[in-house]
Design a protein around this ligand. Structure first.
Ligand code: T4K
Length: 368
């Protein structure tokens, strides 16, 4: 029996390099509440990502929830149905109403052409996602936001290290929110961050992630406990030294898949955008003219111990807490509905060997 292959596997820096950092934490007994590793990791991340300010979080979802609070977003927020459910959940946690717009058939990101007609007097913000690390049309989204006086918060959970025109994709909009979950290109087991532009906003975010405390006796907002622990921060520092190599290995795997799947009938590999991609996912579309359906291919993979995933199926707008919204109607989201029925994300992570990749390719080849 061959070993199971998953859609992803976390890349982990060598354990023997982590032990001295753990010893430092043990010696100091400072284990959380924005200690020295937290501060060092924030600075190191700014340097690596080419951004000015980063606020660390315990996970990306708390980052999204807090980002919306930091900017005092109210009413309706325009977002995409084609994402992980945390994107829209962050709105419900803030008692905001998601307004779903359809996606672009090439990038799978929010279609900028659909934004203006979704704006109402209640709209205060746009929450797009750089899906699979593919950059959104940030310039057009910003123009629309400026015209209507809206805020833009990017869910950049997939977009670690992505840049365009020499500028980090995280350096757009008002705020960008990263996830460092185990399944991401860069992970701290669990973790996340908000990238922000000015010191005042960073300060407010720092208060909000620490219950709203400004000092021992002053609480300025009903903040949450969103802090990243010292262990996660120390691990993140270490991981930063290995992420370039991890992305390089992902690029090789991406290239191997692309070359092999290019001419397979009914299989489409969406092209990559962005100058510096991070190869965080490898989505394929199983088109209706393919000899096998997407779900039958998914089942074939499972039978071969390969755990490909249907990211993102079902659409967020199909989950019970969203499907009653007028914007959740299938007729409003035809592209997202089609893509979610055709998509399958193949395994991609640095530990995959060429033989592993070829095993995945062989299943597709045999099926089509
Ligand atoms: N916005 C977007 C666009 C996101 O994609 C996400 C998270 C968020 C916001 C929220 O960020 P966080 O709050 O999570 O920081 C996974 C992740 O749990 C989730 O973080 C991620 N998106 C989503 C796309 O994928 P599941 O339910 O598919 O994960 P799971 O446990 O099935 O893991 C997938 C595969 O990864 C497993 O088959 C095996 C492998 N794996 C997983 C874990 C956790 C490992 O090998 N080791 C591990 O420790 O959601």
């Amino acid at each position: 029996m061959s070993k199971p292959l998953y859609v992803t596997k976390p890349e982990l820096a060598p354990l023997d390099e982590f032990i001295p950092l753990l010893e430092e934490i043990w010696d100091s007994r400072v284990v959380t509440n924005c200690g020295p590793f937290h501060a060092r990791f924030e600075r190191a991340l700014c340097d690596y990502l080419g951004v000015e300010r980063v606020a660390l979080f315990a996970n990306g979802t708390l980052g999204l929830v807090t980002a919306l609070q930091a900017l005092r977003i109210t009413g309706e927020v325009i977002t995409t149905p084609y994402s992980f459910v945390a994107t829209a959940h962050s709105l419900l946690w803030n008692k905001l109403t998601p307004v779903f717009v359809d996606i672009d058939p090439v990038t799978f990101n929010m279609d900028p052409d659909k934004i203006e007609s979704a704006i109402t007097p209640q709209t205060t913000a746009i929450l797009p996602v750089h899906c699979y690390g593919q950059p959104c049309d940030v310039e057009r989204i910003q123009r629309i936001a400026d015209n209507y006086g809206l805020r833009v918060i990017y869910d950049a959970a997939h977009a670690f290290g992505v840049s365009r025109g020499g500028r980090s994709i995280l350096d757009h909009g008002d705020l960008s929110v990263l996830s460092f979950h185990a399944t991401k290109v860069f992970n701290t087991f669990e973790g996340g961050a908000i990238v922000c532009r000015d010191e005042k906003t960073k300060q407010r975010i720092d208060h909000l992630k620490n219950f709203g405390f400004v000092d021992e006796v002053t609480v300025v907002a009903p903040g949450i406990n969103g802090k990243m622990s010292e262990i996660n921060a120390a691990f993140g520092m270490l991981q930063l030294g290995y992420v370039d190599e991890a992305i390089r290995r992902r690029r090789e795997i991406d290239g191997r898949y692309r070359a092999a799947l290019r001419d397979m009938p009914g299989i489409h590999c969406p092209p990559l955008g962005g100058e510096t991609h991070n190869y965080s996912y490898f989505p394929i579309l199983v088109r209706p003219d393919c000899r096998i359906s997407r779900d039958a291919l998914y089942a074939r993979f499972r039978a071969a111990d390969i755990y490909a995933r249907r990211y993102f199926y079902p659409l967020i707008s199909d989950f019970p807490m969203y499907r009653g919204l007028p914007s959740a109607a299938r007729t409003n989201l035809p592209v997202a509905a089609r893509i979610s029925e055709e998509v399958l994300c193949l395994p991609i992570y640095p530990q995959l060997s060429e033989q592993d990749v070829d095993r995945v390719i062989a299943v597709v080849k045999e099926a089509v």
